[in-house]
Design a protein around this ligand. Structure first.
Ligand code: HEC
Length: 290
């Protein structure tokens, strides 16, 4: 096995091992970052929804008390305001979603679907659980959701959500008496569910991964070429010509030209030593012949 092949085998082995380790760690890191970014988005949307809710109940509702007796305005309901505003956001960010998924909702559009019902049920079964994070496939791609329980913590809620008899007449005129009643104090009646598409951050993580691995491979190819050229020019070829000269000298052929390396590295020093040895040999032979 030639020097070049040995070097190349070791080099390729080292590179493959490095490529695998770098690939695995960078892939894991990029995916984790992408997932954290998605989660940060989702949590921010959740906080936005809570802010809209808070704004509606503290700054809008108090001004509409008198009006609400005459005509009920859904715009004064925090759940309605949050759902509407987040719905508006969807015009621009189509795959994002916000829902106040409720088992027995006042407005049918808030009714929990199958998978949302599972989430609400698990919150109801374990009230210590304050957040559920998960992923699911949707028609527009994979989506991450963050869900938090909606609990009746304020007896003021029961004015409109306990029995139709207690609810404002204007509200009954708009929503009827069939839904959104029978809620109890401290009961978990639903969940706020924020959905964020995962495709974009995951795609850009994958792109970054491919770019990184390609540049790593390019660097290896360049190192490989440079090392091979250097090995051939500085070591393999001089040694081959030195071997040829040694062969010639060994059969008494001193016609062959002196070894020329022109460098001061180890090979150059070896060449000079070889030339000296050859001259001494030639002198000794002449003395013998003479
Ligand atoms: C003045 C009456 C009123 C009060 C008080 C009220 N709600 Fe509502 N709530 C409504 C109406 C009406 C809707 C339906 C809004 C819509 O059309 O989306 C609603 C909707 C909701 C929804 C969305 C699911 C559904 O039923 O459609 C949740 C969750 C909710 N309310 C929770 C609460 C909580 C928690 C409180 C107390 C902090 C509260 N509500 C206080 C009238 C009220």
């Amino acid at each position: 096995m030639g020097l070049r092949l040995k070097f190349n085998l070791v080099l390729t082995g080292v590179f493959l091992a490095g490529f695998a380790i770098a690939g695995w760690t960078s892939y894991e890191l990029l995916q984790r970052n992408a997932r954290e970014e998605i989660l940060r988005h989702a949590r921010m949307m959740m906080e936005m929804a809570l802010s809209i809710r808070g704004y509606t109940s503290t700054q809008v509702r108090p001004h509409l008390q008198a009006q609400l007796v005459q005509t009920f305005l859904p715009q004064s309901v925090p759940a309605y305001a949050a759902t509407e505003m987040m719905g508006d956001l969807r015009k621009k960010y189509t795959d994002y979603g916000y829902k106040e998924a409720t088992l027995n909702p006042t407005n049918p559009r808030n009714r929990a679907t199958d998978w949302e019902t599972d989430i609400v049920t698990s919150f109801r079964n374990n009230s210590a659980n304050r957040e559920i994070i998960g992923e699911r496939d949707t028609p527009t791609g994979r989506s991450l959701f963050v869900a938090r329980p909606i609990q009746i913590a304020d007896s003021g809620c029961l004015v409109c959500h306990s029995t139709p008899a207690e609810a404002p007449k204007s509200m009954l005129a708009l929503y009827g008496e069939a839904n959104g009643f029978g809620w109890k104090m401290n009961e978990i009646i639903g969940a706020q569910v924020v959905s964020v598409p995962t495709s974009l951050p995951i795609e850009s993580a994958n792109r970054a991964f491919v770019t990184f691995m390609t540049s790593l491979a390019v660097v290896f190819v360049l190192v490989f070429i440079a090392l091979n050229v250097m090995l051939s020019r500085m070591i393999v070829r001089p040694i081959q010509s030195m071997a040829r000269a040694a062969d010639a000298v060994s059969i008494g052929n001193f016609e062959i030209a002196e070894f020329e390396s022109g460098t001061k590295d180890e090979i150059g020093v070896l060449g000079a030593s070889f030339n000296r040895m050859r001259r001494s040999l030639q002198k000794a032979m002449r003395m013998l012949e003479g």
